[in-house]
Design a protein around this ligand. Structure first.
Ligand code: AMP
Ligand code: GLY
Length: 440
């Protein structure tokens, strides 16, 4: 039996090392219910300040050691941030303690993670449950894919079906680009094994929103809507990235649209998972296009979005541990979840060369000054601390998050903070949460 988290401080293991996980670590640390927070992502200086390390080697076939670590450190809840460990089945592997009792896991089972890790599988589930999505077809053979593409009236979107760090989707403007995308993914293996199969689907027009909901196996809790900006450059130009910024609430969704998304997309997806006996306790993230024909699913993710998580959790007023444990134990209907009515915005500072070939090792200055601005939190993502100095260490370097009474106030604070932070080759979009963002 798990101890009752409402009474006893609980020890938690957090998996992941990005800006999203720093936001999770900070929200968890604020809870009086926390015993000790352990984290796998101690290379992230933000997480390292808040957590204790997992000091065992659990690589590949030694994974059982992580379970032993959880046993010996009395870990009652594991929070899994990124999609890779979910797709590798960490939820399933960590869910049983050595005495046979269960451990709470925030994050779906391996089968549940297929909703994100295999876009062909997600398409099948959507079709079977009549969930509105783009028309599409799956191909392994590049010549067949070329033939199909050429019969379309306009270029279709080309997607690697596997996990490609948010970069496996190509939205071509011309037929030549579409044919080249097929070539890159299927013949030239630009995304390796993640692209051994592609999904070619109709290009949807409209405004994009991300709707995130918590699923606990029984209940659904829809979170405030966020909007992210996936393209590298202003006006949604340049290549797709993991996300260059986000804001919450998005303001694009009327109550009517929210209800429509819940009843036509989220509830049928949760029902389909239950029908297939797929254990899913965590975040269901629906990337949605608001088309003239109604909301349609672009993609599902099975974890918090990065950077959407940063503004979202910054607005969470309720206890984060209560929220995570309620999700992991099927008790979402028993808790009261509150978010601030403020606005939050997150701007990603990326390294030179991101997304193709980010440069590492540039000195970062100004983080402490940026954090002095009221309402600003600087979440670390691709950084590392060496001898007291901070360096770039990945594509998306920092997530600068600010809150304000209005979106404009939040933007102003966030951009002021971005101006104070310097590193060589810093890239950022200056139109995050701008009044009328253009969407691809
Ligand atoms: P995904 O990872 O599937 O969400 O795709 C990344 C981005 O590509 C989305 O956020 C959209 O901006 C764009 N995208 C994906 N699928 C489509 C589609 N069918 N039509 C238009 N844009 C799309
Ligand atoms: N921001 C998009 C994602 O996390 O996939």
């Amino acid at each position: 039996m798990s101890s009752d988290p409402s009474n006893n401080p609980i020890n938690i293991l957090l998996v992941g090392a990005g800006g999203r996980e720093h936001a999770l670590a900070l929200a968890i640390s604020k809870s009086p219910k926390l015993g000790t927070l352990y984290a796998t992502g101690m290379s992230n200086p933000g997480i390292a300040k808040l957590a204790q390390p997992v000091d065992v080697d659990y690589e590949s076939e030694k994974f059982y050691r992580l379970n032993q670590f959880c046993d010996s450190h009395n870990i009652e809840l594991v929070v899994i941030g990124p999609e890779d460990p979910l797709a590798e089945g960490w939820s399933d592997k960590l869910a049983k303690k050595s005495d046979g009792s269960s451990r709470m896991i925030f994050g779906p089972s391996q089968r549940g993670a297929q909703l994100e890790a295999d876009k062909a599988n997600a398409k099948q589930i959507m079709r079977a449950a009549s969930i509105p999505t783009a028309e599409g077809k799956v191909f392994k053979d590049a010549d067949h894919a070329d033939e199909y593409m050429k019969t379309r009236d306009e270029p279709y979107v080309v997607k690697a079906t596997g996990l490609a760090k948010g970069k496996g989707v190509i939205v071509p403007s011309t037929m030549d680009q579409a044919i080249d995308a097929i070539d890159q993914i299927l013949r030239k293996k630009a995304f390796g094994d993640a692209g051994k199969e592609i999904l070619i689907e109709e290009k949807l027009q409209g405004t994009e929103v991300s709707v995130l909901a918590l699923l606990d196996g029984q209940n659904i809790l829809v979170l405030p809507p966020c909007q992210d900006h996936k393209r590298l450059m202003n006006n949604d130009e340049g290549p797709n990235t993991g996300g260059m910024g986000a804001f919450c609430p998005s303001g694009t969704l009327t109550d009517e649209l929210s209800h429509q998304i819940e009843s036509e997309i989220l509830v049928p997806t949760a029902d389909a998972l239950r029908r297939d006996e797929i254990d899913f306790k965590g975040v269901l993230y629906a990337g949605i296009m608001l088309t003239p024909g109604g909301p349609k699913v672009l993609e599902f993710n099975v974890r918090f979005g990065d950077p959407e998580c940063q503004p979202l959790l910054t607005l969470l007023e309720s206890d984060a541990i209560e929220l995570l444990t309620a999700t992991a134990s099927g008790k979402l209907d028993k808790i009261d979840v509150r978010f601030s009515s403020d606005h939050a915005i997150c701007i990603v500072l990326a390294a030179e060369g991101y997304p193709e070939n980010p440069r590492k090792g540039d000195v970062i200055t100004g983080v402490d000054d940026a954090e002095q601005i009221p309402g600003v939190t600087v979440y670390h993502a691709g950084t590392k601390m060496t001898k007291g100095d901070l360096y770039t260490n990945g594509g998306r370097v920092l997530s600068i998050t600010a809150t304000g009474k209005t979106r404009e106030q939040a933007r102003e604070a966030a951009y002021k903070a971005c101006d104070l932070i310097e590193f060589k080759g810093k890239q950022l979009r200056t139109d995050i949460a701008a009044n009328n963002p253009v969407h691809a």
